[in-house]
Design a protein around this ligand. Sequence first.
Ligand code: C5P
Length: 226
Amino acid sequence: MICIDGPAGAGKGVVAGDLAGRLGWRHLDSGALYRTVALALLRGGLMDADESRIEAYLRECRFEFNAAVEGEGNRVLLNGADLSAEIRAENVGVAASRIASLSVVRRFLLARQRRFRRMPGLVAEGRDMASVVFPDAPLRIYLHASLEKRAERRHKQLKQKGINASMGDLIRDLAERDRRDRDRPLAPLKRARQAEVLDTTALTVLETRDAAWRLVTAVWPGMAAG
Ligand code: C5P
């Protein structure tokens, strides 16, 4: 079991996908689950509803959280409709970071995230993987990078999709999401006890993957040969 936590744009998805592929383990992108719940609440017009209404609504919805597809994160369905692409929109990310502070949402997703843990292993990425969801994970990585670098990466990703976002807006949105994730009382984003810190600001994707792989082989030396 490996946990990778850190802010948006630090490279968690790339590292988690790479490690899961190399190890033949499952990959949980917990952000995709928060995004799916956010999209359900956006569609239901319940973003600002009280927690009891949200709880009742979530119980009525049929969520399916499936195994990750290489490079794309987990496949998610709501009432039978595949929303894996829709949840990637910026407004859904912002909505996810708002509803992620609600205890009803975190409770709703806790067991669903833990269900991903099966043999031979799981690489889970998010904000509270090591601190709350899988506190006994033998390897915990805290991945981070400067705000500017993370915004630059997001800008490049969006450009590849043909979306032209302004750097100023991206920096502002990321800073706002960081603040919400770090300051919330429930499961805030923080470096968990005994987490290995990896700063990816000056690293290429390849260098980041290599550094993460070295952390894996330090914990499981037998993997080095594979
Ligand atoms: O990782 P991603 O940016 O897709 O996550 C969307 C939002 O969901 C984050 O900004 C964060 O607020 C929330 N989240 C969370 N805990 C997790 C994963 C995501 O609070 N484990």
